[in-house]
Design a binder for this molecule. Structure first.
Ligand code: SF4
Ligand code: SF4
Length: 431
């Protein structure tokens, strides 16, 4: 597809039906079209199979939303989420659909700042602003939002969000002791009851088992893709990988898995034929830290425009979402919920204390990816990731790993300053 052929499609009738502010939203597809052409379609030598994922962006505000509305009409609940700590399998087991809600855009922040304090993280403000301004079709389509208590900004915002859309909050423990797991298991059970109530369907062992298999297959496909991109030279850009990981949160899981595996087949062929996105000598950078919700492409675009390639994301838009699978060998609902709890408790979000497993995990992924430097990405006011960067820096100093900590938001204001810092970092790696 040439950049000129690409267009994010509009569907004002559908948006009207969802109660959106159609007039305000109508400029969005054009803005996204231009951004996507400039940031994504201008890349050279992309894998042909990226066409599917480009198509998902073209259908972001139309086709995929229509699919959700059709599912709702058929009685299937749609649940919006902001965190990878949601047991998606439970939503799927009652016939529901789980969609990650975007909180990655500057455009909705002024809406939120009319209500929320200014000095909280941009992800929370962006997400809340999308709902207040009625400028996100996904937010308008969801029957229920799943919120969690991973940080103060989120847990207090959910109280206000609940006035706009039903919001179910789960208490995420902040330690990983046996009693914390017991608490979270109770929360998972409550969430299961909530989903049964919303859907009018029982979460059976058969249903949960099938959902676990679907999600394991999806996570395995993403693991396969991430392993392939670790090859030197990398057969796919970090920007394309980021895009796929973002699409993972709103696409149909089975269709997504099939397309990721087809892309992997192509990457196998590219590696065998020596086809890469950049020469083997291109500096390789790994990114860790806070997740980057769609359409937050700022950091990857800066790094790759500066002549490096991003080879791994230790992030919830990255390995934290797919590094762990769930044991499939259980028979009862109670066993399944317990094993799901085990799986989710392995996510090393910075809300946990202590959280040294994450530091170890970053090192393992750094080594596996063949990276030559680590950039830790932190959203402004995200205290847990920001403070955890101290331990990451210490680990990098100990291991002789070049390290750069970046704290930013979604505005373009600091782009020049970031560009200078990133270019200097890449020069340092080049030696
Ligand atoms: S970083 Fe923590 S709070 Fe954010 S999505 Fe990941 S697990 Fe959830
Ligand atoms: S990025 Fe940090 S501050 Fe923002 S919502 Fe996530 S955990 Fe909270």
């Amino acid at each position: 597809m040439t950049p000129e052929q690409f267009e994010v499609k509009a569907n004002p009738a559908l948006w009207e039906r969802l109660g959106m502010n159609v007039e305000r939203f109508s400029g969005m597809p054009k803005m996204l079209t231009e951004a996507f052409r400039g940031i994504y379609l201008s890349q050279k030598n992309r894998p042909a199979r990226m066409e599917y994922f480009d198509g998902m962006i073209a259908e972001l505000h139309s086709g995929r939303v229509e699919e959700l509305v059709t599912a709702k009409d058929a009685g299937r609940p749609v649940v919006g989420t902001f965190c990878v700590y949601v047991p998606e399998e439970v939503i799927m087991a009652v016939g529901g659909i789980c969609v990650g809600l975007c909180g990655g855009s500057q455009g909705s922040i002024p809406d939120a700042e009319k209500v929320l304090p200014r000095n909280i993280c941009p992800m929370v403000k962006s997400a809340f602003g999308f709902k207040l301004g009625k400028i996100c079709p996904y937010f308008q389509a969801v029957d229920l939002v799943y919120g969690e208590t991973t940080c103060d900004a989120k847990k207090k915002t959910w109280e206000l969000l609940d006035r706009e859309v039903p919001t179910h909050v789960m208490e995420i423990p902040q330690m990983k002791r046996a009693r914390d797991k017991a608490l979270w298991l109770e929360e998972v059970k409550d969430f299961t009851s909530k989903m049964e109530e919303v859907s009018g369907r029982k979460a059976t062992a058969e249903g949960i088992g099938a959902a676990i298999r679907v999600m394991n297959a999806k996570r395995l496909a993403l693991q396969r893709l991430n392993d392939l991109r670790h090859h030197t030279p990398s057969p796919i850009s970090g920007k394309d990988m980021l895009l796929i990981q973002q699409i993972a949160f709103y696409d149909d899981p089975a269709r997504f898995t099939a397309n990721v595996n087809e892309l992997c087949d192509e990457l196998d062929e590219r590696i065998a034929a020596g086809v890469a996105v950049a020469p083997a000598a291109t500096p390789r950078v790994m990114v860790s830290g806070t997740p980057m919700a769609l359409p937050n492409w700022k950091l990857h675009h800066l790094i790759e425009s500066a002549g490096a390639v991003v080879v791994n994301e230790e992030s919830c838009i990255g390995t934290r979402y797919y590094k762990d699978l769930t044991d499939e060998s259980t028979a009862t609902v109670d066993e399944q919920l317990s094993l799901l709890t085990d799986r989710y408790m392995k996510i090393d979000c910075s809300c946990f204390t202590p959280n040294d497993d994450r530091i170890e995990q970053v090192l393992v992924e750094y080594r596996a990816s063949g990276a030559q430097g680590l950039i830790d990405y932190c959203l402004q006011f995200c205290h847990t990731y920001n403070i955890e960067a101290v331990k990451l820096r210490e680990m990098c100093e100990r291991e002789g790993i070049p390290f750069l900590a970046i704290e930013t938001d979604y505005s373009p204001e600091d782009v020049g300053q970031l560009q200078t810092r990133i270019e200097a970092f890449i020069e340092q790696i080049r030696g």
